[in-house]
Design a protein around this ligand. Structure first.
Ligand code: IMP
Length: 202
């Protein structure tokens, strides 16, 4: 089974391929499918933004497309940067932005370092059907910037029960516990069920 991922983010593409290929789903990037634009994320929730990206790619290719919209929610920032996670980084770069977040959490003074990564996955089909999934991983903002793996905010996010940041995990270890791993494994289950139902109808 083949599915188009509506994303130009190479790190996401690598992770999603690693999650879905053992489950028998081949992931084709939107650029490989001939679709080079970036849809504007005008939604106020992760699910709305994932739907916008998936729909734009589906309308351009005429094929089922899946998108992930994800981000980091930090308690000390009232749940921010949330859907603005990539825009919050802007041109500053992740090491600098991660340090800014650590500073906000350190300065807030109530000891709450709680945070979570969220991934909303939406798949849209040309006949109007849609599959929605949500994955989260709870954790905290670390005291140090550490690790070489992953991307984005991984070096400052310590998953619950762990002693080191997400960036200290290999892709495989991260995918086993991550927001994106959880959301895309749910997606694979729902996709398989939808395909089975279609076969029964035929
Ligand atoms: P999106 O492409 O609009 O979904 O932006 C997601 C942004 O959230 C990324 O650019 C990162 O800033 C952040 N983010 C999402 N998932 C992860 C992750 O797995 N690790 C680190 N940062 C992430």
């Amino acid at each position: 089974m083949q599915i188009i991922l509506a994303s130009n983010n190479k790190d996401k593409l690598r992770e999603v391929r690693e999650i879905l290929s053992p489950l028998g789903i081949e992931v084709v990037s939107q650029s490989e499918a001939g679709c080079r634009f970036e849809a504007e994320e005008t939604g106020t929730t992760f699910t709305e933004n994932a739907r916008i990206k998936a729909r734009a790619a589906m309308e351009a290719t005429g094929k089922p497309c899946v998108a992930d919209d994800s981000g980091l929610e930090v308690n000390a920032m009232g749940g921010g940067p949330g859907v603005y996670s990539s825009r919050f980084c802007g041109d500053a770069g992740y090491p600098e932005t991660c340090r800014r977040i650590m500073e906000i959490v350190d300065k807030q003074g109530n000891g709450d370092r709680g945070a979570r990564f969220v991934s909303a996955v939406v798949c849209v089909f040309p006949d109007g059907r849609e599959i929605d999934c949500l994955g989260t991983v709870e954790g905290s903002i670390g005291h140090v910037y550490e690790g070489e793996h992953g991307f984005g905010y991984d070096p400052i996010f310590v998953p619950e029960g762990g002693a080191h940041s997400m960036a200290c995990l290999t892709d495989g270890e991260k995918n086993a516990i991550s927001h994106r791993g959880r959301a895309f494994r749910q997606f694979a289950d729902k996709l398989r069920t939808a395909v089975e139902i279609e076969r029964i109808k035929e």
